[in-house]
Design a protein around this ligand. Sequence first.
Ligand code: FMN
Length: 191
Amino acid sequence: MIDGVLPEIVSRRALRALSDREIPNEVLVRLAQAATLAPSCYNSQPWRFVFVTSRELRRRVHDATIGGNYWAERAPCYVVAATDLELDCRLDLERDYALFDTGLAVQNLLLQATREGVIAHPIAGFDEAALKRALEIPERYIAIAVVVLGYPGDENGHLSAAHRRAEKAPRERHAVSEVAWFNRWGGTEGE
Ligand SMILES: Cc1cc2nc3c(=O)[nH]c(=O)nc-3n(C[C@H](O)[C@H](O)[C@H](O)COP(=O)(O)O)c2cc1C
């Protein structure tokens, strides 16, 4: 089913068994470069990223996450992705592209991290107001995701039983035919 799909797309996983080993700055800079090469509406480039490496600020970011993200505590770096709807195309009534384009940039970052051997796990489970306060992110920005970064680590004694199982579980996805069609909504290949 996945023959021919780019290897980083296939091997990227939102894993949780992280080591606290520091990630070299040059790797972090490449992740930022990869992110900023994403396409965006009218080349608006609405994404903003804060790479959080300082011990004190990492603690504050982790304090802003919800309990289920306990595993992220040992991460040597968090990347906060933020945007402002006014920085990108706002078409018709509902077609705001800032979040869409920021997501494209985050996916570039995830794939580059995969290539670098770094786990990059996006999370939405955090208190956005607390996160913005901790990092002095201006009020008008939406802190849409935090990417938890770390080299693979030992899962024993660190992860819950459910999370240990999830590390090895196969990917769960809708069948392609349930979500991607040919020529009309619901149309099948060769129709
Ligand atoms: C926007 C977004 C928010 C997510 N939030 C969390 C989260 O708060 N905690 C968590 O453990 N995983 C979180 N995930 C990871 C997903 O659960 C994971 O990507 C999904 O189960 C698919 O697994 P895979 O990435 O390994 O293919 C999030 C992923 C995305 C894209």
